[in-house]
Design a protein around this ligand. Structure first.
Ligand code: BGC
Length: 760
C-alpha cells in the first residue's frame, strides 16, 4: 500500500466509527539488534544455554524432569510435543514470572498440512502445481496454529525424494528441484507472511531436513546418504535455498549421515553453505534427539563431544536430546567452547523471538481457536485444495465422470470410509478428525442413490512403528485370517449388487511418513487380489487411490478403466473425490513424482543423465532384461475430462549470450467440450558441457484454466538461473556456452521441441 493511501484509509475507517488503533511501527533491524543486545547483556551463562534447549513436553523415561520444572529453572528456550493452549499459557507464565531471565518460550510443533482444517499432504499439494494454493493453505494452517498458542511449525519439509520406498516422500513436494523450490517458497510465505513477524496470525517456519535426507540408501528411513556436491547443489539444496530466500526464520538439521558426516554435525552444510554462502540469519534447530544421536551414530565420542561438535557445526538449538544443557556449561567453563559461539546462537534465537512479537504477545486467548477454526473459508479452501491436487491417471472410454443418475453404487476397499487415510500422515497431537471420507462424500453427492460399503480385508503394517505406540488408547487386534476371508467375500457380494463399483485402495496413514519406508510398492495386504476379483465381475469399476507415495499399480493401469490418484486429501477429501468422480470438478493435477511399474525400479526420476547410449538404441541395451526402464506414469503426467493442444512453440532468439535471457512461448488450447486446467510444462536439455547434464529438467510451468475452445499463450523466461548449474569439473557454478533442446508440453515426455544456443 502506498504511503499516502494508508492515512486516507485509516481516516475513513475512523470516520465511520470503527474502533481502530494504528499498528505500532515495524521495528527496524537496528531496533531488534539493540533489544537483543540488551537482553543478552543481562543473561548469565545458564540463562543463555537454557535458550539453546528445546525441551520435550513428553517425558521419556521415569527420571525425565517435569517440563514445568525445566522452564522454572530457565532451562528451556522452547517447548515441543505439546498441543494445549491452557498449558501453553501456564508454562509461559512460569517462564515470564519465575524463570531467571523471564524470556518467553517459543512453542513449536509439527503442523505439516493443517492444524484442525487438514489440507492434502504436501506431496499432493505439489501435484496441484499451484504454489499460490500451497501458500493459501499454509496461511490457514498458520492462523489455526497460532490461535492454538503455537508460534512455530516444523515445516515445510522440502526434501527432494526420488525413491518411492522412502516413507517421508509424502511430506515433501516430490522429485524435482524446480517444482520443489516453488512449493518451498510458497509454503514459507504461507506460514510466515511476507516477512517474519508482520502479523500475529502467522507462525515461524522451520525448513527441514537440512539436507539430503530424501536420498537415504535403499529408501530406508534414517539410513546414510551419499551425494556428490553437484547432486547436493543442483538437486537437493535448491528448495532449501528458495525457502531461505523467502525469509524462513529457522532451519532444522537432518538426522542422517551425509557423506559420512551426520547432518547435525556437518559444518559444511550448516556453517559454510547455510549461514555462510546464503547469509541465513535465523537459527538452526536439530532434529529431535539428533544432537544426542551423534554418539549413537558413531560420530561423537560422548555427549560432551556431541554438544561441542553440533554447536560448532552450526546447530543453535538442541531439540529434545538435552545434550546442550548437560554439556555446554562445562565446555564453556573449560574454554573448549568460546562464549562468542554461545552468544551467536542465543542472539539468533532471541532475534526470532523479538521479531515475531513474542515479548508483546506471549499468551494466547483460549477462546480464539474455536472461532478461527469455524471459518467457512478454511473448509472451502481445503476442498478446493483437495480437488486441485488430485490426478486422473486413466480414463479409458471416458469412464469418468460418472452419471449422478446411477441407482446403486458400491464403495469397496479398506480406505473407503477411513478418516485416518483421508487425513493422511502427520496429524498434530490430539487431533480429532472431522475428515469427510470417500463414502461420506459419495453419499452426500448422491442423495437419491443406494450407496453400499464393504471394506474388504483390513490392511496393516507388518511391523508397527514407534509412533503407533505413542497413540494413546487400546489397540485394535489384527483381523484373523477367517475374518479377513469373510470381509473379502462380503466385499465381492456388495460389489455384485451394484451398478458401479468405486474401489478405494492404497495405504493407511501410518504406511507413509516417518519410520514408514517400504520394501515393496505394491498395494498392501489383499487389496490387489480384491481389485482383480471385483474387476472380474465385469461391472464398471473406478479405482480411487489414497496413498502417500507412488505405488506400483501396473495391473490396474491395464485393467481398471478409470484411476484417480486422490493421495491423502485431508478434511474435505471425500467431498473432493465425489466432486471429481461425478463431474462437478474437472481434475487437473499432475504427478510431482514418477510412478514406477515395479518396485525394483526405485529410485526412479525423470531428470537422469544419459551416461550411455539411449534406451531403445541397438547397442548396450536394455537397462533391465526383465522389464522396461520407463515409468508407468511419467513425472508431470495427469489427464483431464477435456483435451488440450499445445503448439506454436517459439524461442525469442536462436542465440543468447551467457548471462542473458530468452523467452519461450507456446499456445495452449482447450480442444474439448468442458472447462479444464492444463499444466503447461517447460523442459530443457543442455546437449554438451563441462559436465553431462540431465536428459530433461523442468524449468518452467503454469497451470491455466481454459473454457472449451479457449486458447492462451504461455510465456517462460530462461536466464542464468535456469541455464547454469554447479559443475563437478569446475567445482563451482558455471554457465556453459552450449546448445540446448527445449520442450513444452503436458508432462515430462513432451514432444513439441525447439532449440537455442548459449554463446559467449
Ligand atoms: C522428525 C521431524 C520432526 C521432529 C519433531 C522428528 O522425528 O524427523 O520431522 O519435526 O521429530 O516432532
Amino acid at each position: 500500500m502506498t504511503r499516502w493511501l494508508t492515512p486516507v484509509i485509516l481516516a475513513i475507517v475512523v470516520s465511520v466509527g470503527v474502533r481502530t488503533h494504528a499498528a505500532p511501527p515495524t521495528p527496524t533491524d537496528a531496533d531488534i539488534k539493540a533489544r537483543v543486545d540488551a537482553l543478552l547483556a543481562k543473561m548469565t551463562l545458564d540463562d543463555k544455554i537454557g535458550q539453546l534447549n528445546q525441551a520435550g513436553a513428553i517425558a521419556f523415561g521415569p527420571n525425565a524432569p517435569k517440563i514445568e520444572d525445566v522452564v522454572r529453572k530457565g532451562g528451556a528456550g522452547s517447548v515441543l510435543w505439546l498441543n494445549d493452549t491452557k498449558r501453553f499459557n501456564a508454562l509461559q507464565k512460569i517462564a515470564l514470572e519465575e524463570s531467571p531471565s523471564k524470556i518467553p518460550l517459543l512453542f513449536g510443533l509439527d503442523v505439516i498440512h493443517g492444524y484442525q482444517t487438514i489440507f492434502p499432504v504436501p506431496l499432493a499439494m505439489a501435484a496441484s502445481w499451484d504454489p499460490t494454493l500451497a501458500e493459501r493453505a499454509q496461511t490457514i494452517a498458520a492462523r489455526e496454529t497460532r490461535a492454538a498458542g503455537l508460534q512455530w511449525t516444523f515445516g515445510p519439509m522440502v526434501d527432494i525424494a526420488r525413491d518411492a520406498r522412502w516413507g517421508r516422500i509424502v511430506e515433501g513436494a516430490g522429485e524435482d528441484p524446480y517444482l520443489g523450490s516453488a512449493m518451498a517458497a510458497a509454503q514459507v510465505r504461507g506460514f510466515q507472511g511476507q516477512a517474519l513477524g508482520d502479523a500475529q496470525d502467522r507462525v515461524v517456519a522451520s525448513v527441514k531436513h537440512f539436507v539430503g535426507y530424501g536420498a537415504a540408501d535403499g529408501g530406508r528411513d534414517y539410513d546414510p546418504v551419499y551425494l556428490s556436491e553437484a547432486q547436493l547443489r543442483n538437486v537437493y539444496l535448491p528448495p532449501f535455498h528458495a525457502a531461505a530466500n523467502a525469509g524462513a526464520g529457522t532451519f532444522m538439521s537432518a538426522y542422517m549421515d551425509l557423506n559420512n558426516v551426520p547432518a547435525t554435525g556437518n559444518a559444511f552444510i550448516l556453517r559454510d553453505v547455510l549461514k555462510g554462502e546464503w547469509g541465513f540469519k535465523g537459527f538452526v534447530v536439530s532434529d529431535a534427539m539428533a544432537v544426542g544421536n551423534l554418539v549413537i551414530q558413531g560420530f561423537a565420542r560422548d555427549g560432551r563431544d556431541a554438544a561441542h561438535r553440533a554447536l560448532h557445526a552450526g546447530v543453535d538449538m538442541d531439540m529434545a536430546s538435552g545434550t546442550f544443557p548437560q554439556n555446554l556449561p562445562a565446555l564453556v567453563k573449560d574454554g573448549t567452547v568460546a562464549i562468542a559461539e554461545i552468544d551467536d546462537a542465543v542472539r539468533r534465537i532471541l532475534t526470532v523471538k523479538v521479531r515475531i512479537g513474542l515479548f508483546e504477545h506471549p499468551y494466547t486467548d483460549e477462546s480464539l481457536l474455536a472461532k478461527v477454526v469455524a471459518s467457512p473459508e478454511h473448509k472451502s479452501e481445503a476442498r478446493s485444495a483437495a480437488q486441485r491436487s488430485m490426478v486422473l491417471l486413466r480414463n479409458e472410454g471416458k469412464a469418468l465422470p460418472l452419471s449422478k443418475d446411477v441407482k446403486r453404487v458400491a464403495v469397496v476397499g479398506p480406505l473407503g470410509d477411513s478418516q485416518d487415510a483421508t487425513d493422511g500422515s502427520w496429524m498434530v497431537f490430539g487431533h480429532v478428525s472431522n475428515a469427510v471420507t470417500v463414502l461420506q462424500g459419495i453419499k452426500a453427492k448422491l442423495p437419491n442413490a443406494t450407496v453400499d460399503f464393504a471394506p474388504g480385508p483390513e490392511i496393516r503394517r507388518e511391523i508397527p512403528s514407534f509412533f503407533d505406540n505413542l497413540i494413546p488408547g487400546p489397540k485394535k487386534p489384527p483381523q484373523t485370517a477367517e475374518q479377513g476371508e469373510d470381509a473379502f467375500k462380503q466385499a465381492i457380494a456388495t460389489a455384485k449388487t451394484a451398478d458401479t463399483v468405486i474401489m478405494v485402495l492404497g495405504e493407511n496413514a501410518n504406511m507413509a511418513g516417518e519410520a514408514a519406508s517400504r520394501a515393496s510398492l505394491d498395494l498392501p495386504g489383499r487389496q490387489q487380489e480384491l481389485l482383480e476379483a471385483v474387476v472380474a465381475l465385469g461391472k464398471p469399476v473406478v479405482l480411487v487411490l489414497l496413498n502417500g507415495r507412488p505405488l506400483a499399480i501396473s495391473w490396474a493401469a491395464e485393467h481398471v478403466p478409470a484411476i484417480l490418484e486422490a493421495w491423502e486429501p485431508g478434511s474435505e477429501g471425500g467431498n473432493a473425490v465425489a466432486d471429481i468422480l461425478f463431474g462437478d470438478v474437472n481434475p487437473g493435477g499432475k504427478l510431482p513424482v514418477t510412478f514406477p511399474r515395479r518396485t525394483g525400479q526405485a529410485p526412479l526420476y525423470y531428470a537422469r543423465t544419459l551416461t550411455h547410449s539411449p534406451e531403445g538404441s541397438m547397442m548396450y541395451n536394455p537397462r533391465y532384461w526383465d522389464g522396461p526402464v520407463s515409468p508407468l506414469y511419467p513425472f508431470g503426467f495427469g489427464l483431464s475430462y477435456t483435451t488440450f493442444a499445445i503448439d506454436n512453440l517459439k524461442v525469442s532468439t536462436p542465440q543468447v549470450k551467457v548471462g542473458g535471457s530468452l523467452a519461450i512461448t507456446a499456445d495452449v488450447a482447450n480442444t474439448g467440450s468442458l472447462q479444464g486446467d492444463e499444466v503447461v510444462q517447460l523442459y530443457i536439455h543442455q546437449k554438451a558441457g563441462s559436465d553431462s547434464r540431465p536428459m530433461r529438467e523442468l524449468k518452467g510451468f503454469e497451470r491455466v484454466t481454459l473454457k472449451p475452445g479457449e486458447k492462451k499463450t504461455v510465456t517462460f523466461q530462461l536466464g542464468p538461473d535456469e541455464l547454469g548449474y554447479w559443475s563437478t569439473s569446475h567445482k563451482g557454478w558455471v554457465q556453459d556456452a552450449e546448445a540446448f533442446d527445449v520442450w513444452v508440453g503436458s508432462d515430462s515426455t513432451a514432444k513439441l521441441s525447439a532449440g537455442f544456443t548459449v554463446v559467449r
